[in-house]
Ligand binder design. Structure first.
Ligand code: ADP
Ligand code: MG
Length: 233
């Protein structure tokens, strides 16, 4: 298996300023963070053989350094029930204008994470304080309300717990509106694997300029990082 350091140096020697999604997820997985099982295919024709190892429903995503927001480009399709639907989704994607004109590195086909609350975990490097870790509830909580909590790394389990408690939307984690409470332990565990002592952000502080897991999907079954972006220094 490729080591985290190799993942980063390979991207650098290919002249990339960021890790592609499969590499980003491999980096997360190396630190014990759950990511969907996946395969990378070059095109629709490869889907049949490769997908045998995965369990439906599938998600298909375009892999391209030219495309930052895959959904905006028509480059994400979820809830695909069969290999035929996955292959069709790739063909349809290749016809999307923003994708047709981009340099494509392939397509990521992965398993759907169990439905749950979308959260965001981020990291960035401050010139004075070094790595910082951030957490927020997904969607409008982060984008519109800027309801996020930051700490300087390395964080302790208590720090992680306090970060969650200080979110304005914290009640959602306790099971607002008749929903089941979410496993905070799984979120705290992911925060520590990112921002704790010996975590990803500390170990790779010199290489990572900015990162986000957006979203981390949290359900009764745990927390899964379904998108990963790493910008290198
Ligand atoms: P981008 O942020 O580049 O548009 P994402 O990879 O975040 O693309 O996918 C867009 C959305 O699709 C996610 O926010 C999530 O709601 C959903 N999604 C993506 N991958 C999965 C997955 N493996 N399981 C469940 N939902 C997913
Ligand atoms: Mg995303």
């Amino acid at each position: 298996m490729i080591t985290p350091t190799e993942l980063i140096s390979r991207a650098r020697s290919a002249g990339r300023a960021a890790l592609d999604e499969p590499s980003g997820k491999a980096l997360l997985a190396a630190y014990g963070i759950a990511v969907p099982r996946s395969v990378v295919v070059a095109g629709a024709a490869e889907v049949n053989g490769e997908l045998a190892r995965l369990k439906a429903p599938f998600v298909v995503k375009v892999i391209s350094t030219d495309i930052l927001h895959k959904s905006d480009a028509g480059g994400v399709k979820v809830n695909l029930r069969t290999t035929t639907e996955a292959a069709d989704a790739i063909r349809a994607m290749m016809r999307q204008p923003a994708i047709a004109e981009a340099r494509i590195d392939g397509f990521l086909v992965e398993e759907m994470a169990p439905a749950g609350q979308e959260m965001v975990i981020g990291g960035l490097r401050d010139a004075h304080f070094g790595p910082l870790v951030m957490v927020g509830l997904g969607g409008i909580f982060v984008e519109v309300l800027a309801d996020v909590a930051f700490r300087i790394c390395p964080i302790t389990p208590l720090d992680a717990e306090e970060m969650l408690a200080e979110l304005k939307g914290a009640a959602i984690l306790d099971g607002a509106r008749g929903k089941k409470p979410l496993p905070k332990a799984a979120i705290i565990d992911t925060l520590l694997k990112m921002g704790g002592a010996g975590g990803l952000l500390m170990r790779h502080a010199a290489d990572i300029k900015e990162t986000d897991i957006n979203p981390l999907i949290v359900s009764e079954t745990g927390a899964v990082a379904v998108d990963a972006r790493f910008i290198l220094t």
